[in-house]
Write a protein that binds this ligand. Sequence first.
Ligand code: CU
Length: 448
Amino acid sequence: MGERKPMRMLLVLVAAWAVLWAPGAWAKILGIQDTSFELVAKQDRITLGDGDSMLMWGYAPGSGARMQYPGPTLILNQGDTVTVTLKNSLPASAGNVSIVFPGHEVSSSGGVEGVLTREAPPDGTTTVTYTFTAASPGTYVYHSGTRPDLQVEMGLLGVIIVRPSGPSPNSECPPVPDGHNTGPDSSLCVGTKFAYEHEDTAYDREFLLLMTDMDPRVHRLVELGKLDKVDTTEFFQTVWFLNGRNFPDTLANAQVPWLPTQPYNALALMHPGERLLLRVVTLGRDPHPLHFHGNHVRVIARDGRLLSSGGGNGPDLSFERYTVVVNPGQTVDAIFQWTGALMGWDIYGHAPGDDLAPYEYLADHGVNFPVILPSRDDVVFGQFYSGSPFMGGEGSLPPEHSGLNVGGGFFYMWHSHTEKELSNNNIFPGGLITMLGVVPWNVPLPAE
Ligand SMILES: [Cu+2]
């Protein structure tokens, strides 16, 4: 087994490289933007990071589609009246299923009355209809309201995003942070979209980070038809997911054919100075402390509510965190920005008279790198090292090292700080791990 690990890590890194520079690789939020949705509960399988596969129940986006984990991300506009219809094509032994929409006032019709809402019996034809108004912008969840201890574990869950009706997109560039430079390119303008109805919630790119956990023993018992043997009070999770995948699959492209029921990835890419809106969600049993390397995040909202004292003050009750603990069922919206500020040296390797880079931190301009680098022959190179410690720098590497960092970017790991969650069935590395890549402005990323 020990011999296979380096090969596996190499494959991971090659996959990551292929991902980083292929169109569609970044984890912009994929989902369905509409006002009416058809979800069908179905049984299928997912692939785990250790190569095993597991039986799941999940929501499919229509009767012709396979179920997916997580269910399709529903993207709404504030003020929309939204209709979600549900049918249940699960095996009869699964029983009824339903959907609850925490944070929304929902009316339901059809199907049969359940404990929390109306339910669809497993006949494949009965339709339950849920209707609500997307009253407030933010990040929300949806999941089965029928025996949720089992059905959420089995995969009947998803995320809802409500975009604000205001303010209108920035026509002027927001102010650059103190001590920074906008650079020679006057077309640069970051923070043009908004998470909430206030200019202090501006962002450029958004990413979803949905954290879930599972106990494969439950899924095995369901597969063997031993539902009566499932005891969810003895829950013991051994696999952890970001957007429905375990690391290293989190880094692979979205919608790759070899993960047909796990379409979403979790790789964040940005330019220096851009603002990322991170929609962080936990829908498992445990709180997950998500740790962002590279900078603190600013938490601006929880459970779809801006952290505001009200009166149009914007997110004045927001706060910075190094690690964000997200409790089960909770959503957190946070802004992440990276400019290289306060590193104490010039990350671009500039001399004092050189041109400034976009969003460069002025106090560090032209400040020497703090050490003299060892000779290239004396260091071991990681595959994400560009051959240079400088942003945009691409130094030479030893002959057998091709290097995977094409643009000379800086890469940071984002991960759970509960370290057992960094494994797949006790194999490290796995679980709740992904990467952020900060790439220089001359490396194109798509407009969102
Ligand atoms: Cu860390």
